[in-house]
Design a protein around this ligand. Structure first.
Ligand SMILES: NC(=O)c1ccc[n+]([C@@H]2O[C@H](COP(=O)([O-])OP(=O)(O)OC[C@H]3O[C@@H](n4cnc5c(N)ncnc54)[C@H](O)[C@@H]3O)[C@@H](O)[C@H]2O)c1
Length: 381
């Protein structure tokens, strides 16, 4: 039986532990904050009990999974691991210190991985003496439920590490996609216009939040509208990702954050978790009505979808990932009803180019520049 180590027993760490243990691996879980490991173990037990009650696994399977997880009391307890995934606070200095210490403890063959959403894998790898064994393994929340995992080799990562990490995560029952080490990897980059363009449309006064949400759900079949989703994710998290991606792309206007969302975050209106975000979640609160005019709904949907497809085309153009992997990432990582390239093929790339060119002509804002790859797709359509 192989052994994994997980560092950080918060939201992601506890989910990753459950995934590894369910796949038959022994797992050691360590957190520097006292009580966190116990809390994570309790939440794993609760999640397994719910699977038993739904008939998905038997009680004895649930017990076996729980027994494979061992609490660690220091990093030393991870000495015999084959793979260690770090899921601690999103700070380069703290993560780098952990990896430096880990390398003095683990064997030469142990793969070291980070679940970071926004830090560069190359800089994390650079904190290791042997960066060739380092890789990004990015799970989505909640890890036991979301199928997708992005595998992100750094420039220093060896092919052997990349292939082994990919095989392990697949053997844990996940769908993996390979992503280049660039800001937001695939999902957190390509999804930006879903929020950003919706916020633009709102900030310009073209439509209200309820109408924008309704357009994306009713025409696009998205499970949630952008404002509902931002409220669900939390504005502290969603805004921070946007700002990080914006700065990481040298302030490209395509990723520019919105003051409306920044102010919500500053006010502490974080969304569902604080009872108020774009919507009011207090008891008895009534959801605002949406407009029904088809031309308006279509205009909203076309604009947001065109920006999403453009971003996917740009990610393809710069080799962030293959076409198929980008479609898999968006359907399995953020539950889009269709892959963006599949959508582009159905609507026709020339139509998407027209929408973007019209926006560019109207705003003269490089935010709306059409990807060279999308133009190529349109020429070949
Ligand atoms: N929450 C998400 O939706 C999500 C999704 C994908 C990736 N991520 C990434 O996963 C990582 C963890 O995120 P999270 O949401 O689970 O955070 P979290 O705050 O829920 O948990 C982090 C845990 O790490 C522990 N910790 C902090 N410093 C430590 C150290 N030096 N050594 C050991 N333990 C330490 C904390 O005590 C805490 O329990 C981050 O890098 C984040 O970017 C988060």
């Amino acid at each position: 039986m192989k052994q994994a180590g997980v560092i950080g027993a918060g939201t992601m760490g506890s989910g990753i532990v459950q995934v590894a243990a369910a796949a038959g691996w022994k797992v050691v879980l360590f957190d520097q904050q006292s009580g966190m490991v116990e809390k994570a173990l309790a939440s794993i037990t609760k999640s397994l009990a719910s699977q038993v009650s739904k008939g998905r696994i038997t009680q004895s399977e649930a017990d076996d999974i729980s027994h494979r997880v061992t609490p660690g009391s220091s990093l030393q307890d991870l000495a015999h691991c084959d793979l260690i995934i770090e899921a601690i606070v999103e700070r380069m200095d703290v993560k780098a210190a952990v990896f430096r210490e880990l390398e003095t403890i683990v064997s030469e063959n142990c793969i070291l991985a980070s679940n970071t959403s926004s830090l560069s894998i190359a800089s994390l790898a650079a904190s290791c003496k042997n960066p060739a064994r380092f890789i990004g393994i990015h799970f989505f929340n909640p890890a036991p439920i979301m199928k997708l995992v992005e595998i992100i080799p750094a420039v220093q990562t060896s092919e052997a590490t990349r292939d082994l990490a990919n095989d392990i995560i697949k053997s844990w029952g996940k769908t993996t996609v390979l992503a280049k080490d660039t800001p937001g990897f695939i999902v957190n980059r390509v999804a930006r216009p879903f929020y950003g363009e919706a916020l633009r449309i709102h900030d310009e006064g073209i439509a209200d939040i309820a109408t924008i949400d309704f357009a994306m759900k009713s025409i696009g079949g998205f499970p949630m509208g952008p404002f509902e989703l931002m409220d669900f994710i939390g504005h502290d998290v969603n805004y921070t990702v946007t700002e990080t991606v914006f700065h990481a792309f040298f302030c490209d206007p395509r990723y520019m954050p919105s003051f409306t969302q920044k102010r919500l975050m500053e006010a502490g209106f974080l969304g569902r978790k604080s009872g108020r975000g774009f919507y009011d979640y207090s008891e008895g609160a009534v959801k605002p009505p949406h407009r029904e005019e088809h031309f308006l709904l279509k205009l909203i949907f076309d604009r947001i979808l065109a920006m999403l497809i453009n971003e996917a085309a740009e990610a393809l153009h710069y080799g962030i990932a293959g076409k198929e992997d980008i479609d898999i990432a968006m359907t399995k990582g953020v539950n889009y009803p269709k892959g963006l390239f599949e959508w582009a093929d159905q609507i026709g790339a020339p139509k998407i180019v027209d929408i973007l060119d019209e926006l560019f002509a109207r705003y003269h804002d490089p935010r709306y520049r059409c990807s060279a790859r999308l133009r190529l797709m349109a020429e070949k359509f």
